[in-house]
Design a protein around this ligand. Structure first.
Ligand SMILES: C[S@@+](CC[C@H](N)C(=O)[O-])C[C@H]1O[C@@H](n2cnc3c(N)ncnc32)[C@H](O)[C@@H]1O
Ligand SMILES: *[C@@H]1O[C@H](CO)[C@@H](O)[C@H](O)[C@H]1NC(C)=O
Length: 260
């Protein structure tokens, strides 16, 4: 068989796969939206139905044992689709280490998977300012932060994240943070981005989650404010000369903004 035939067959194969994904896959009673061959889902919400995604996970995940325990505990929570994708968290931990991050901000903590993930990636004197409004969610994660021995690195602030970010600026901490992960209410995304841009140093990274919003950004509906906010911010960041960027198709879509 010639190389040409192999690649042609591969192309036909992926076109067929694309057709299946275009209408979405039903996995575990939940429709997993996908567009073309780009998957916009998190591994814990259906990747097991996608063999190639399974392969990626089997050959790349190196989850800390306590992170794994926290993930399993979070899967028992009815809101578990909100949890960050572990493959995405691992990417962010690698990036944080690459830039030798010491100070991080987590906007939207939920059960604290990524807060723990970042705390594990930071040095002993590192700090994660963790912002959430819901103590019921964050209390799930706290025992695991303790078990992993990094509880002291996580500064949990239960109040609207905008207030916490303003307090950090007022306390003179502008340009002192290395890494920020924005993953809370979508209506405030633009403000979170602007405030994190103030707080991050040059060369620091802002990671913005859900930028593909299960594919809804392709066709934002009139009444759908969340999708509109995300789409508008995507357009703004694309033109934003204050940062270099990459939009990654991991999880529900992740934009990495590197502050210039
Ligand atoms: C998608 S979840 C975060 C997931 C988390 N990053 C993780 O590692 O799994 C979104 C969180 O944002 C929180 N949230 C919603 N509105 C908020 C606000 N105004 N300020 C701070 N947190 C908020 C919710 O309580 C929820 O826990
Ligand atoms: C940002 O991107 C431009 C190209 O688009 C490149 O020339 C520049 O070196 C980048 N800056 C940094 C700090 O990576």
């Amino acid at each position: 068989m010639s190389l040409y035939n192999v690649s042609k067959e591969a192309l036909i194969g992926s076109a067929a796969l694309g057709a299946v994904f275009a209408v979405g896959l039903w996995i575990g009673g939940r429709q997993v939206p996908s567009y073309g061959i780009l998957n916009t889902f998190k591994s814990h919400t259906g990747a097991k139905g996608n063999p190639l995604m399974g392969y990626v996970l089997d050959h790349s995940l190196r989850e800390h044992p306590v992170l794994k325990k926290l993930k399993l505990r979070t899967l028992e929570h009815p809101e578990n689709p909100m949890m960050v994708a572990c493959e995405q968290a691992q990417l962010m931990a690698n990036l944080a280490k690459l830039i030798k991050a010491k100070k991080a901000i987590e906007v939207g903590v939920f059960t604290g998977y990524n807060a723990l993930n970042l705390a594990l990636a930071l040095p002993a004197d590192g700090k994660v300012v963790a912002c959430d409004v819901n103590e019921e969610f964050t209390s799930v994660g706290k025992p695991f932060w303790k078990e992993a021995g990094v509880e002291h690195k996580i500064d949990l602030r239960i109040q609207p994240a905008l207030q916490t970010l303003d307090e950090l600026v007022a306390a003179g901490e502008a340009e002192t943070f290395d890494f920020a992960f924005i993953d809370a209410d979508k209506a405030n995304y633009d403000q979170y981005y602007e405030k994190c841009l103030l707080l991050i140093r040059k060369g620091g990274i802002i990671a913005i989650d859900n930028v593909l919003w299960e594919g809804k950004v392709l066709n934002p509906e009139k009444g759908d404010k969340d999708t509109q906010c995300i789409h508008k911010l995507n357009e703004k960041i694309h033109r934003d000369t204050r940062v270099n960027i990459s939009m990654i198709t991991v999880g529900d879509g992740l934009t990495l903004a590197f502050k210039l």
